[in-house]
Design a protein around this ligand. Structure first.
Ligand code: ATP
Ligand code: MG
Length: 597
């Protein structure tokens, strides 16, 4: 993997979290900073997660630190290996080029071991560099044994107890923000009884929901998260990573801070909704009186995008109800959807840099993302000729078998642009809307008796319009002025319009999918009935004609079909001789005027 040297991979502008890290390093509070990206494998990653990935891996990369990819897999009922694999692939893709510098992995199968330094337990688990044989991401579930030992330690300190209230009763006892909670009748069990019951919970002696392990904090705290929160619950369910070894599972708040500690995380960066959990995060770590430096939690605002839904539950609904073609449907806001659609990873990193990191929730205009995509693709994409809705043009002064090879530019943006040869023949195809029989004012494309330049070829004049019985235009008969070809005596003759074309006899056929925004309204998630806002034209499929060189396209290539938009070969549905191209994005924002294109 090479390090990309584009603007979007450069240092991100500073923000309050980067300032904190810079100060901590300047104060020598840490030798090296370690962050983590902790997805729960219960769905695919989306652009919101990308903001967190760019921040956490970005912090590590900019400060010669490390960012661990950790699966926060403490809830076996909603998690699956399919999601673990998809998330791993998405992170690899998004930070390719950064990974060598900062991706923290661990030796495959390694679990934290007790090292018993200073008579106390130490679970430090060092990361291994990427590329190391058999390195794998971290899994919170690899810490289950260590987490269990920590829970026993809390019980011994009188800071956790086994509670027999049902889940419903536990909720009722918790109270509300304006109403203090009530203490559980099981709160004052002896340490020995708690140790014994907790051991029996682990041994599978009670059914789901019969008992729980709770922290013993303060039922009158104004912060409801401190009202004796649940640490463990009983779930007789096998786990996708830990197997069937466990029937008690730790809760997020308990597992997260301790996983951070075990991995040696310094800055645990999460989104704003966890701000109210921070006192609990700190309480658990402090209660255990741990020997190594403690991690600290910092919160930033989530990414929200207009015209987009990020709720995993709703995205799952779109997939399950087949309203989209799976998690990687090119219209989905998932990273796998973006990748399939031909969106460069650098465009997503550019979006993250543009949005920045703040403490204020807001909605980012999706047009900013689309702008970032166009910016990236403009520099990357090879120019090609393609006609989406063809109209036949016969150049009556060319011989039927004549083939003129014209030079077309591949990369006008490059310092030294390159060219390719494109066949120009007696019969060509142009876009049907590049001809108007009754042209509106200021129409500079082709009209009866009018002239236009066929890009890279020459000027043509429309001599005759052929129609079928119903009056539909089926063919234009034109003459080509070959003296206006590049290098010809009249090459600098100017006409107002230039249009694209392909040879009718040499073009290849392709299916082209014209993807567009999935929703027609800016806030599709504002009501429960978000499905009514699905854009019926978000995936129009047409048969198009492409210049012959596109027959050799690969899924890695990015193209600009001139005057139309950016396209890529669909990696899933294309096959030899049957290409399928996706429109990544149109050349211009057709939504800005307030209307659907
Ligand atoms: P849930 O927890 O409901 O399953 P989630 O979107 O929070 O959904 P996680 O897998 O917990 O999913 O997310 C992993 C990380 O990505 C978390 O640290 C979370 O804060 C962050 N994240 C999730 N959504 C966004 C977003 N829209 N913007 C920025 N970061 C996000
Ligand atoms: Mg979450």
């Amino acid at each position: 993997m090479s390090v990309e040297n584009t603007a979007s991979s450069g240092p991100a502008p500073s923000d309050f979290i980067r300032d904190i890290v810079a100060k901590d390093l300047a104060d020598k509070r840490y030798q090296k900073i370690v962050t983590r990206f902790p997805p729960e494998p219960n769905g695919y990653l989306h652009l919101g997660h990308a903001k967190s990935i760019c921040l956490n891996f970005g912090l590590a990369r900019e400060n010669q630190g490390q960012c661990n990819l950790r699966f926060d897999d403490t809830n076996p009922t909603k998690e699956e290996v399919e999601y673990v694999d998809a998330i791993t692939a998405d992170v690899d893709w998004l930070i390719a080029g950064w990974a060598d510098h900062c991706l923290g992995l661990k030796p495959k199968g390694a679990v934290p071991r007790k090292q018993s330094q200073d008579g106390r337990d130490d679970y430090h688990l060092p990361a291994v560099p990427p590329g190391t044989a058999d390195a794998e991401p971290f899994f919170a579930s690899d810490n289950f044994e260590a987490l269990y030992d920590f829970a026993v330690a809390l019980i011994r300190k009188g800071k956790a107890y086994v509670c027999d209230l049902s889940p419903k009763e536990t909720d009722e006892y918790r109270g509300a923000p304006d109403k203090p909670g009530r203490e559980s009748p099981w709160r004052n069990r002896s340490v020995d009884e708690n140790l014994d019951l907790f051991q029996q919970m682990r041994a599978g002696e009670f059914p789901d929901g019969a008992r729980s392990l709770r922290a013993r904090i303060d039922m009158a705290s104004p912060n409801v998260w401190l009202r004796d929160p649940l640490l463990y619950r009983i779930r007789h369910t096998a786990h996708h990573h830990a197997g069937d070894k466990w029937c008690i599972y730790p809760l997020y708040d308990y597992a997260h801070c301790l996983s951070d500690y075990i991995e040696g995380i310094t800055h645990s960066v999460c989104t704003l909704e966890f701000e109210v959990h921070r006192p609990l995060y700190d309480w658990i770590l402090a209660a255990l009186e741990l020997p190594r430096p403690l991690p600290h939690q910092y919160e930033f605002a989530k990414l929200n995008l207009s015209y987009t839904i990020f709720s995993k539950r709703r995205l799952l609904q779109l997939v399950q109800e087949k309203l989209v073609d799976g998690w990687d449907d090119p219209r989905m806001p998932t990273l796998s959807g973006a990748r399939r659609r031909g969106i460069p990873a650098a465009a997503i990193r550019r979006l993250a840099a543009l949005v920045g990191v703040t403490k204020y929730d807001g909605v980012t205009d999706v047009a900013l993302f689309e702008h970032a995509i166009r910016e990236e693709l403009n520099g990357l994409a090879q120019r090609r000729l393609a006609v989406l809705r063809p109209l036949k043009v016969v150049l009556t002064n060319l011989a039927p078998d004549e083939i003129i090879e014209v030079d077309a530019t591949n990369d006008p943006q490059a310092e030294h642009p390159t060219t390719r040869r494109v066949p120009f023949t007696r019969e060509v195809l142009i876009e049907s809307d590049d001809f108007a029989e009754v042209p509106p004012p200021k129409y500079f494309r082709l009209k009866p008796g009018g002239e236009v330049r066929l890009k890279y070829a020459c000027i043509i004049r429309c001599e005759e319009v052929v129609k079928d019985a119903s009056g539909t235009v089926t063919e234009l008969r034109c003459t080509a002025d070959l003296s206006t070809r590049s290098g010809g005596p009249n090459s600098d003759r100017k006409v107002k319009g230039t249009i694209h074309w392909v040879s009718a006899t040499r073009a290849i056929d392709a299916e082209v999918r014209l993807y567009d925004r999935l929703f027609t309204v800016a806030e599709p998630g504002a009501t429960e009935d978000f499905k009514q806002f699905i854009n019926p034209h978000s995936a129009d499929v047409i048969r198009a004609k492409l210049e012959p060189s596109l027959g050799a396209a690969t899924t890695e290539d990015r193209f600009q079909f001139e005057r139309i938009g950016y396209f890529n070969l669909d990696p899933k549905d294309s096959s030899a001789g049957r290409p399928v191209f996706n429109r990544t994005i149109s050349l211009k924002d057709t939504w800005a005027k307030g209307g659907k294109p």
